[in-house]
Structure formats: C-alpha cells, structure tokens
Design a protein around this ligand. Structure first.
Ligand SMILES: O=c1ccn([C@H]2C[C@H](O)[C@@H](CO)O2)c(=O)[nH]1
Ligand SMILES: [Zn+2]
Length: 139
C-alpha cells in the first residue's frame, strides 16, 4: 500500500521528468489505484503549444491504458516555489471522469499539500452519469 507521503514524493520525482522546454514549468503527478498501484506522469509540451499534455492527464492515461480506472488518490507537484499547484480546467474534467470523491493532493515543493476532490475542484461538472441518463433518440 502507499501512504500519502509516498504518493506526494512520487509526484515530485515525476516532475523531474517533465518535458517543458517552452514554459520551464515542471509538473508531476502520481495516481494511486484502488488496488494499490502507483502510476506517475509529467507534463509533455509540444512546439505546437496547444498539444501540450499536463502531468495529471499523463498519469491518468498511463493508469487507464494499463487497465486501471478506479482511483484512491492523485498527488500533483510542481517546481513553483511557495505555491500549491492546482490542476487546470481540462484536468479537472479528466479527474471527474473517474469519480467524484477520491483524494486530490495539491502540493508545494516542500511536500506540504492541500487535500481536495474532483467534485470540489469541478462543482456542477458534466459527469459520465449525465450521459448515461440521456435517452438517445431512435432512428
Ligand atoms: O496543473 C497543471 C498546470 C500546468 N501544467 C503544465 C502545462 C504546461 O506544460 C505548463 C505550463 O502551463 O504546466 C500541468 O501539467 N499541470
Ligand atoms: Zn491540466
């Protein structure tokens, strides 16, 4: 099993692998699956700026592509001094896809953190349930 401190540490290690030649802003993420596995990710920038992928989505895509969709927690880290990193809007939507209530740890470089959740970060968000309850018109 993985405690919060280890997950936070894994996110800070992952940020060192950030590919961020344009912003120089390193971000790392570490997601803990319900069965105790940890997947890490970093931001991967692109010369065509809008193609950049954030660390949170990079970690989640790694986990999902390895067969994991149930999460206990995700920790996010950056190299921004004295500031808790906060996921962008796209990542908030992505986090909400996999549940409303798992733990989101937004950390500072000193490994302190604020704990939140997908629904707290994305109130009134559009969720998989919305689409499931939609009756598709027949043809
Ligand atoms: O929570 C965040 C915020 C920003 N970034 C990345 C995207 C881009 O590479 C750089 C600057 O926005 O930081 C993340 O990966 N996660
Ligand atoms: Zn993002």
């Amino acid at each position: 099993m993985c405690d919060v401190e280890s997950l936070v540490k894994a996110s800070h290690e992952a940020k060192l692998r950030a590919y961020c030649p344009y912003s120089k802003f390193q971000v790392g993420a570490a997601v803990l699956t319900e069965d105790g596995k940890v997947f890490t990710g970093c931001n991967v920038e692109n010369v065509s700026y809008s193609l950049t992928i954030c660390a949170e989505r990079s970690a989640l895509v790694k986990a999902v592509s390895e067969g994991h969709t149930r999460f206990k927690a995700i920790a996010v880290a950056s190299n921004m001094p004295d500031t808790y990193i906060r996921p962008c809007g796209a990542c908030r939507q992505f986090l909400l896809e996999f549940g409303k209530d798992y733990d989101v740890y937004m950390t500072k470089p000193d490994h302190t953190f604020i704990k939140s959740s997908p629904v707290e970060l994305m109130p009134h968000g559009f969720t998989p349930l919305d689409l499931m309850s939609y009756e598709k018109p027949g043809n």
